[in-house]
Ligand binder design. Sequence first.
Ligand SMILES: Nc1ncnc2c1ncn2[C@@H]1O[C@H](COP(=O)(O)OP(=O)(O)OP(=O)(O)O)[C@@H](O)[C@H]1O
Length: 288
Amino acid sequence: MRVEVRDLVLRYGETTALDGITLSLAEHKIYGLLGRNGSGKTSLLSVLAGFRRESEGVVRVDGAPVFEHAPVTSRISLIRDAGETTDIGTVEDALFFAEWLRRDWDAGFADTLLERFALNRKMTVKTMSKGQRSALGVIIGLAGRAPLTMFDESYLGMDAPSRQAFYDVLLADYMARPRTIIMSSHLIEEVSPLFEEVVIIDAGRVVVHEEAQALLARGTAVTGAAAPVDAFTEGLTVLGSRQLGATKSAMVYGVLDDARRREAAAAGLELGPIDMQDLFVHLTGGPR
Ligand SMILES: Nc1ncnc2c1ncn2[C@@H]1O[C@H](COP(=O)(O)OP(=O)(O)OP(=O)(O)O)[C@@H](O)[C@H]1O
């Protein structure tokens, strides 16, 4: 599904959580939604899912309004951090409810996923562990096959092997049945390989919306002997550096032109990709 947001403002009483968001998301892409704590990620996803009504601005999904508009909301799935199924009875009940809500639900896929994440239909949701509840949320998000599927930190409670299983299944299913997926996460290094485009918000505003590759190309890791690295990076914006013995690696922000690249090669320096997390920290104002 396509998403169009124009001048979106969301207020909670005195607090302005979204402060004029304009965003256009294409069909059939995986988007990363990144932002510091309190930047407005959950608020934005809640408006896109129709859980909250915008205070101002325009929100359209496939050209139609979202809030209290069932033909659209039945094709949108937002899985929130605690899973969305707390205290709802058994896993069976949660799946029944999810199927009832979602037009594109695939019951066979839900069964496959239950097995993959070691859950069974008789489990009582209230007594499940945090990771098991997260897995249930993830299963509901995946089996919903909603054309607009959003995961808001849904997988944080899962352990590393389970999260990896989630990323693998998500990617395989997305390749087979493309849809628009938005993933918000603080586990940037872990999730960013999935992103085709990245949206970074800060204080309720969009600060970056770019293809993931183009964003990564904004930075370069310069590696080599410490002295030539220091000489080469003098005057450039250095986001950080690491040193192991005599070898130093400095993360530089800004595109290096061909002349600078030749200069680096002549000085025996290696140029490589930078971590998305380092860029994110820089673009959202550094440590606070
Ligand atoms: N129900 C609410 N009532 C009042 N203020 C709220 C409510 N929900 C969020 N806020 C405020 O809105 C702003 C944005 O919050 P939001 O939860 O959207 O951020 P977030 O980017 O998802 O944060 P995090 O990464 O910490 O989950 C914050 O200042 C927060 O305090």
